[in-house]
Design a binder for this molecule. Structure first.
Ligand code: ADP
Length: 454
C-alpha cells in the first residue's frame, strides 16, 4: 500500500474525530494537485466511490486560462464533467494540516468511466503496463530542487515578484551551517512527509544561494510520481506556513543556477536488478544498454515533457551543470545521462535534462516509452563520452527552445505510437499555447534595452 492509511483506518479516525477533512486530488497537466476538500464523513459515506470535476481542468495553463484548440474540451462542447475516482491505495494523512487526509484520484470519462487518455496518471500507468507485459517493473527516483526565499509567496506577489531575496546569502552546496539556519522550514518538510508515508532520504543545500534539494527513496514508477507531486505540494505549503516562499521555477534569475529534477531509473524482475550483469563492463546488462540507447536517441522527441515552459529552456546554459547534450557518461555531471552505481546491483541511469518544473508522470512515462522502444528494437548504445561534454561538438543537442521542442514532440512517430495521437496532439497544443502567450507579452528586458536606445 503506497499510502499510510487503509480505508478502514480512515473510517475509525473519522469516527474518533481525529480526521475531519479529506483532500481528493488529481494531478493536472502542470503536475499540480487539484481537487476538493471533503468533509470526512461525506467522503467515507459516499464520495470515496467517485466525485466530479470540470473537464477543463486537464486543458488549462498555469493561470487557469482556457485555451482553444483542444479536441477533448472546449466552449463549443460546453465544458462537461470528468469523474475523479479515488485510488484508495494512496490514502494518507497530511501531518502538516490539522485533521486532514489526502487521496489521489484517477480521472475518468463521465459516461464510459474509461481513463481519460491525457490524464498524467493514466499516461504513466499505460507505460508501466507495457513494461510489465515485457516482464519488468521500473524503479524510479526524482530529485526535487527548489529555492527558498526570505519573504512569503503572498508578500512577493504583492511586491510584483521584484523583491526576491533567497533565504541564504551564499552558495550552500552541502553546507551544514547554512542549512541549519533553514531547519525551521526543512525539518518539518522532511518529518511531515515521512510521517505521511513518503520514504524521505535527506535534504541538502544545493549549489546556489537559497537552493535546496529533497531526495526521496526510489520506488515503483507510479509511486515515485505520486511522491514527487505530494512532496512538491508539501514544500510549497510548509514554506508558506513558515512565512517563506518555495519556488520550483527552473530559472528565477539569469545569473543564478537553475533548478533541476534528475530522474534515476532502473528495471527489475521481482527482486532481481535487470540492469545488472556482474560479468559485463561497468556491470551494465544488455537490457540496460538497449534501454539507455532508446532513452538517449529519443530525448529530443520527449524534451517537452522534461522542460514544459519558455523559462525551462533558460536553464540549459553552458557550465551550469544543466546538460544540453544527448550523450551518456560514467559519473560525469555535464552529460544528459549519467551512469550511477556502476558495477553494483544499484546500477542505474540518471537523466539530468529535466527541470524542477517537470510533471513527473509525463516525464517518467516518456522516458519509459523511450526505454521500451530501445529494448524492443534492441538498439545499440554508443560508448560513453568523457571530459567536458559542453565542448563536445559531435554530441547531439536537445532542443534549445520550447518552440523547437514543440516541433520534435509534434513530429515524434515513436511518442505517437506509445502515447496515442490524441495525447500527443493534446500536449502539443499545451506547448504551443505557452509559446503563444509568451510571444504576445512585452518583457521588462525589451523595454530596458530598447526604450531609449532603439
Ligand atoms: P547522489 O549522490 O547522486 O544523490 P544517491 O545514492 O543519493 O545519489 O541516489 C540518488 C537517488 O537515486 C536516490 O533518490 C535513490 O533512492 C535513487 N536510487 C538508488 N538506487 C536506485 C535504483 N536502483 N534505481 C533507481 N533509483 C535509485
Amino acid at each position: 500500500m503506497p499510502g499510510n492509511l487503509s480505508f478502514d483506518d480512515l473510517k475509525s479516525r473519522v469516527t474518533d474525530g481525529s480526521i475531519d477533512t479529506v483532500l481528493a486530488c488529481f494531478v493536472d497537466m502542470q503536475g499540480r494537485l487539484m481537487g476538493k476538500r471533503f468533509h470526512a464523513v461525506n467522503f467515507v459515506e459516499t464520495s470515496f466511490k467517485e466525485t466530479h470535476c470540470c473537464n477543463y481542468l486537464l486543458a488549462t495553463d498555469l493561470e487557469m486560462a482556457t485555451p482553444d484548440g483542444y479536441a477533448s474540451t472546449s466552449w463549443q462542447t460546453g465544458y462537461g464533467d470528468y469523474v475523479m475516482a479515488p485510488d484508495l491505495t494512496t490514502l494518507r494523512t497530511v501531518p502538516w494540516l490539522e485533521g486532514t487526509a489526502l487521496v489521489l484520484c484517477d480521472v475518468l470519462d463521465h459516461h464510459t468511466h474509461a481513463p481519460v487518455p491525457h490524464d498524467p496518471r493514466a499516461i504513466l500507468k499505460k507505460q508501466v503496463a507495457r513494461l510489465r507485459d515485457l516482464g519488468f517493473d521500473a524503479m524510479m527516483a526524482t530529485e526535487l530542487e527548489f529555492f527558498l526565499f526570505e519573504k512569503s509567496l503572498d508578500e512577493i506577489r504583492a511586491g510584483g515578484f521584484r523583491d526576491l531575496t533567497p533565504i541564504s546569502g551564499y552558495n550552500e552546496d552541502y553546507n551544514i551551517f547554512q542549512t541549519t539556519k533553514e531547519e525551521g522550514v526543512m525539518r518539518p518538510i522532511r518529518n511531515h512527509l515521512y510521517a505521511a508515508g513518503l520514504p524521505i532520504e535527506n535534504s541538502k543545500g544545493e549549489a546556489e544561494a537559497g537552493q535546496e534539494e529533497l531526495n526521496i527513496r526510489y520506488a515503483p514508477a507510479l509511486d515515485c510520481a505520486d511522491h514527487h507531486s505530494i512532496a512538491k505540494h508539501a514544500i510549497k505549503e510548509i514554506a508558506w506556513q513558515n512565512g517563506r516562499a518555495a519556488s520550483f521555477l527552473p530559472k528565477w534569475h539569469h545569473d543564478r543556477v537553475g533548478s533541476s529534477s534528475h530522474v534515476h531509473q532502473s528495471l527489475w524482475q521481482g527482486e532481481t536488478p535487470a540492469f545488472f550483469d556482474k560479468d559485463a563492463d561497468l556491470g551494465m546488462s544488455e537490457l540496460m544498454k538497449n534501454y539507455m540507447a532508446g532513452l538517449i536517441a529519443y530525448a529530443p522527441d520527449y524534451t517537452f515533457f522534461l522542460a514544459p515552459y519558455v523559462n525551462s529552456y533558460k536553464r540549459f546554459a553552458k557550465g551550469t551543470f544543466a546538460p544540453t547534450k544527448t550523450v551518456w557518461s560514467v559519473d560525469n555531471r555535464t552529460a544528459g545521462f549519467r551512469l550511477c552505481g556502476a558495477d553494483t546491483k544499484g546500477v542505474r541511469v540518471e537523466c539530468r535534462i529535466g527541470g524542477s518544473d517537470l510533471n513527473p508522470y509525463l516525464a517518467q512515462a516518456a522516458m519509459l516509452a523511450a526505454g521500451i522502444k530501445g529494448i524492443e528494437d534492441k538498439m545499440e548504445l554508443s560508448p560513453p563520452t568523457r571530459g567536458d561534454v559542453y565542448e563536445d561538438a559531435k554530441a547531439a543537442d536537445i532542443p534549445q527552445t520550447l518552440r523547437a521542442a514543440t516541433e520534435t514532440l509534434r513530429k515524434s512517430a515513436f511518442l505517437r505510437e506509445a502515447f496515442g495521437d490524441d495525447v500527443i496532439d493534446h500536449y502539443t497544443r499545451c506547448a504551443e499555447w505557452e509559446q503563444e502567450e509568451f510571444d504576445r507579452v512585452v518583457t521588462d528586458w525589451e523595454i530596458a534595452r530598447g526604450f531609449e536606445r532603439a
